[in-house]
Design a protein around this ligand. Structure first.
Ligand code: ZN
Ligand code: ZN
Length: 590
């Protein structure tokens, strides 16, 4: 820990020596440049305390370290975090520029949350899925940042700890939930092939000495055995867990509210967002009912519409879902749409899109395929900002006719356009280009999920408000269906963890009130039982951004400029919306 304090002292002493003639301005400049240095120290410390996260983020100095997740490690981390917190608090936030001010808040929140996870949330005691060594080994093995031999050296050292790792995992767990034990069995099983094949195959291909090849191969086999023994232990544990004694996967009121606060960083509480989502659901049903009634004649002529509004909406959505691209045209139609979205945004003057940072639409590479179809943005990490951004589209190659049809109906002509807005332009991809323009690593490494997802969800609505889709009722109806997903994600998550919602009621909410397919609903239930709070980030971020826009519109009146608002908002990087709001409102008062 001395490492962080030493450089700070040096800087402090230097500035103390020639402090006499400074104006307040230069003092501010100096505090900012001192803080710039501290940010680097801070990041280095966070990586040292989280080597697996560092590897995953593209920082490879700690690749060879496998942490042993025991009580001593947790105590050491707590101590380190409290020292870091003291360093952060030594900066007077009022003397920092606005970008650094946000960074300081984010650093403080990050450390605060890290301590809360160890002290209060205690996932190490009950979430068996916390323990799996596979991911961090795979990150190193599949990396392209260094030559194979060097990466294998790191793996060689890292392998030393695998048996102790799982021993510590077993000692740390107390009354784990059945659901996470089951997940952990699946995930650890998924890791076996890394040690049984991937590492050993890479060793064979490498130019390492015969001696080191043998060493790594032996260790890799031992690691595989350690994982298998752990899985066996988990299977025994699973048998011993009874519904009466097991800890519930529902985290309950108190932890939920706190986790919401730490993960989402919203100015609203979980309860406020939940109530808002309930209200929004009712409004959406009413809007969708009106649109469906309006469209009914066009599609069903004289056939009478069901008296039940939700039933009518469902039939209308089913009808419109039939309009979809051919399975072979999925990639090409997405590719074709990107320039159309850019043109619309330019014509309407909605936000500046940097033409020098093109988005590459491609088939999802095989090693990234997760089995399911889908589309997602593959963005360069904080340490490779200038690398290409890819829009990965999974093709339906292995899909039966029936499964392909179901998928294509879900991502029909309308929803596919909204998906492109969300993932690409002006959603995730555009936000990322702006975020990467700000050189602040704090904001990219600790980027706020609710801001990032909220922006993409906000982008969908903003595009339609500005006439995307020619204001066709079909487009609005399908948009509302898509939007209901974010709204119901929030209701589901909150209800499952705080209000004891049953699986039956959850599936009914998603299928009957959000018009989802049974399979999608079952998957969502599973996600809600294995994670907490994350499902709220879409609607929370959206609500905050939307509110902020309306708030500024009100203040600025005729002077409000939507394009300027968007560009200014994104210029702060992926920071929590409440912090961006604070600075944007302060700026308006100047
Ligand atoms: Zn079809
Ligand atoms: Zn998203």
């Amino acid at each position: 820990m001395k490492k962080i304090i030493a450089p700070l002292l040096c800087i402090a002493m230097l500035s103390a020596c020639n402090n006499d003639k400074k104006t307040e301005q230069t003092e501010t400049v100096n505090l900012d440049s001192k803080f710039e240095n501290y940010k680097n120290t801070f990041i280095e410390e966070i990586w040292r305390l989280n080597p697996g996260w560092a590897t995953g983020s593209g920082y490879h100095k700690f690749d060879s370290i496998l942490e042993i997740p025991n009580a001593e490690l947790r105590a050491a981390k707590l101590q380190a975090f409290s020292i870091i917190m003291d360093s952060i608090k030594s900066y007077d936030e009022n003397k920092l520029n606005s970008s650094n001010k946000i960074s300081l808040w984010m650093m403080r929140d990050q450390v605060d949350a890290s301590m809360w996870y160890i002290n209060m949330f205690k996932g190490h005691e009950w979430d068996a899925a916390n323990y799996n060594v596979g991911g961090s080994f795979a990150d190193i093995l599949n990396g392209t940042y260094d030559k194979l031999e060097n990466r294998l050296h790191s793996i060689n050292l890292k392998l030393n700890g695998v048996a102790d790792y799982y021993k510590a995992a077993r000692e740390s767990m107390k009354n784990p939930t059945l659901e996470h034990v089951e997940l952990s069995i699946i995930q650890n099983n998924g890791s076996i092939s890394i040690f049984k094949e991937s590492i050993i195959d890479s060793v064979k291909k490498s130019s390492l000495s015969e001696e080191e090849k043998k060493e790594i191969t032996t260790k890799s086999e031992a690691a595989k055995a350690a994982i298998e023994a752990h899985i066996e232990w988990l299977n025994e544990l699973k048998k011993a867990i009874t519904p009466e004694t097991a800890r519930s996967f529902r985290i309950g009121k108190e932890l939920y509210d706190q986790k919401f606060k730490h993960d989402i960083q919203s100015r609203y509480t979980a309860e406020e967002i939940y109530n808002r989502a309930l209200k929004r659901k009712t409004e959406l049903h009413s809007e969708m009912g009106k649109l469906s009634a309006q469209l009914w004649k066009k599609y069903f002529k004289d056939k009478p519409a069901p008296a039940d509004t939700l039933a009518m909406i469902r039939i209308m959505i089913d009808e419109l879902s039939g309009q979809h691209v051919h399975r072979d045209a999925l990639l090409s139609s997405i590719d074709k749409q990107i320039p159309e979205l850019v043109k619309f945004i330019n014509d309407k003057n909605l936000i500046y899109i940097d033409p020098s940072k093109p988005l590459v639409v491609r088939k999802t590479p095989d090693y990234m395929e997760g089995g399911g179809a889908g589309a997602s943005i593959n963005a360069p990490g904080p340490y490779e900002k200038n690398a290409n951004t890819y829009y990965n589209v999974s093709l339906l190659t292995n899909y039966s006719e029936k499964d392909a049809e179901s998928y294509l109906r879900e991502y029909n002509k309308y929803i596919l356009q909204i998906l492109n807005i969300h993932e690409a332009i002006p959603g995730h991809y555009t936000q990322l280009v702006y975020s990467n323009n700000s050189p602040d690593m704090i904001k990219s490494i600790f980027g706020n999920g609710a801001m990032v997802e909220g922006w993409a969800v906000y982008g969908e609505r903003m595009m339609l408000e500005n006439g995307y889709g020619n204001n066709e009722p079909e487009m609005w109806l399908m948009y509302y269906k898509w939007h209901l997903r974010s709204v119901c994600n929030t209701i589901l998550d909150y209800s499952v963890h705080k209000l004891d919602m049953s699986k039956e009621d959850a599936i009914a909410l998603l299928t009957k009130e959000a018009f989802q397919q049974e399979k999608e609903a079952t998957n969502k239930w599973r996600r809600a039982s294995l994670t907490q709070v994350q499902l709220c980030c879409y609607f929370t971020g959206f609500s905050e951004i939307y509110d902020l826009r309306e708030e500024i519109k009100k203040i600025e009146g005729d002077k409000f400029d939507l394009k300027k608002f968007h560009e200014k908002f994104l210029s702060y990087g992926s920071a929590p919306v409440k912090y961006i709001r604070q600075l944007m409102l302060e700026d308006l008062k100047k």
